[in-house]
Design a protein around this ligand. Structure first.
Ligand code: FCX
Length: 438
């Protein structure tokens, strides 16, 4: 069987050729209009960047190299003894466009475990931070500091050729993904369980098996499986979302993958993006507290209106691109329905009941273009069920996941020699002038 690097060596030339042809034959072909509303409206809907690993359809949801979430659940290998997709198999798919064999997946798991230890200075850096510093700030700082060992940066300083960019980018990306569990778990330990011992990395375990162990949940097989699925599914969601786009933009300056992904994490830390899963839990718990047990649909409806009338968004609902329930939400709900203890969990039941009411209320409210749940409507609530109740930590888990897609695309961006990103901005006066004299 081929290694990850051999597989990539095989697939990259065809993609390079495809891009060359696109540029030569269609460089001047128009594929869309730019409206003033796109310029004012956060570039929504503007087809303006290249992203190989996944494409998001507003109705159908995400496809990773053409595979939908149910397709991935059928074909991507699980961990030994597990049934859910693991991040390694998703990473392989995102990087190569091919479905790995179980053996290839195991090889990747082994490589990640072997590279999983943190440098001592990063451990010390994280240990020196105050517990009150948000875990996402700590994660972003830790990831940035890991650039001390960047292969890309070292090779760049020595004057590497452009053709070698992607190989060094790949090494950095693999190293970074490998170290994320130890970094993220250290932050968890320091902030929430200061007396706990961190488990050593087990060279025979997959990435999430080790992450769950380090978090102190290694003996909870159900939670470990949930984390595998969640981290794999959350890995990539097209290129235009704020975190992925940030990594892409920063990477286009030839900043190394550590710095690029660190920047992405600070975009993920915003409440309209990655922080939404903690907001959902906070909101659902506040609803439960206010209404008490035996919540009816009518109670939920009233609570939704109260949230909307106070000018807040309903967290976990709406999306910049999707116009249907998020298939990632559906996949996580199915995971819950397949396990009796989760089916009966009060918080999961509340998420379900809210889903039965919220779309109609949001339609009646009439503002959001998408009245359906996104993945965050349930992801944090499942963690809460398992006893991982420290919700300020949830976005860190999202950050471990999103590395898969954001870093994969850095490899592709360098392999395809994509240039420095530099869109043209306009002042309102310049825009008005352009409208008068197009
Ligand atoms: N509740 C109430 N109002 C909402 C809403 C919601 N869940 N979602 C959108 N709206 C409002 C917007 O605030 C906007 O109002 P405005 O005209 O007064 O500014 C209007 O509806 C139109 O917004 P729309 O075009 O539908 O949505 P956007 O693309 O601007 O924003 C997000 C998309 C996701 C930011 C938005 O739906 C939202 O704030 N949702 C709640 C937070 C959330 O769940 N975020 C997670 C998203 C995702 F999964 C992720 O990136 O991680």
């Amino acid at each position: 069987t081929k290694s990850l690097r051999e597989t990539l060596q095989d697939v990259i030339p065809a993609k390079q050729e495809q891009l060359k042809k696109l540029k030569a034959e269609h460089g001047q072909t128009v594929v869309g209009d730019v409206k003033v509303e796109n310029i004012i409206g956060g570039m929504r809907g503007l087809k303006a960047m290249l992203w190989e690993a996944s494409v998001l359809d507003p109705l159908e949801g995400i496809r990773f190299h053409g595979l939908s979430i149910p397709d991935c659940q059928k074909v991507l290998p699980a961990a030994p003894g597990g049934t859910e997709i693991i991040p390694e198999s998703m990473l392989w798919l995102l990087l190569t466009g091919q479905v790995p064999t179980p053996e290839q997946t195991r090889q990747l798991s082994q490589e990640l475990a072997e590279k999983g230890e943190l440098p001592v200075f990063v451990e010390k850096l994280i240990d020196s931070l105050p517990k009150t510093l948000h875990p996402m700030t700590q994660l972003g700082m830790g990831v940035a500091a890991l650039n001390h060992d960047s292969s890309f940066q070292a090779a760049y300083e020595k004057g590497m050729k452009k053709q070698e960019y992607w190989t060094h980018t790949l090494e950095d990306c693999i190293n970074l993904i490998a170290r994320l569990p130890a970094l993220a778990a250290r932050i968890y330990r320091n902030v929430y369980k200061p007396d706990a011992q961190l488990a050593p990395i087990d060279k025979n375990l997959d990435l999430v098996g080790n992450y769950a162990n380090l978090l102190g949940y290694g003996n909870n097989h159900s939670l470990t499986e949930y984390l595998r699925l969640y981290i794999a599914l959350h890995g990539d969601h097209e290129g235009g979302n704020a975190s992925a786009h940030t990594a892409h933009l920063v990477g286009s300056t030839l900043s190394d993958p550590y710095l690029s992904y660190s920047a992405a994490l600070f975009a993920l830390a915003g409440p309209l993006h990655g922080l939404a899963n903690q907001e959902v839990l906070r909101w659902q718990l506040a609803m439960q507290k206010e209404i008490g047990d035996n919540i009816t649909h009518e109670n939920i409806k009233d609570y939704l209106w109260k949230t909307l009338k106070s000018g807040q968004v309903v967290p976990g609902y709406g999306h910049g691109v999707l116009r249907n329930p998020d298939p990632r939400f559906i996949a996580l709900q199915e995971f819950c329905q397949s396990r009796p203890e989760l089916r009966e969990s009060p918080i999961i039941k509340l998420v379900n009941k809210t889903f039965e009411v919220a779309p109609d209320v949001l339609k009646e409210h009439g503002k959001t273009k998408n009245p359906y749940p996104n993945v965050d409507a349930t992801s944090g609530c499942v963690l809460y069920h398992y006893g991982l109740t420290e919700f300020k930590y949830y976005t860190v888990i999202f950050g471990v996941s999103r590395a898969l897609g954001a870093l994969t695309q850095l490899v592709w961006a360098r392999a395809l020699a994509l240039p420095l990103e530099r869109p043209k901005s306009l002042s309102m006066d310049a825009l008005e002038k352009l409208i008068k004299n197009p």
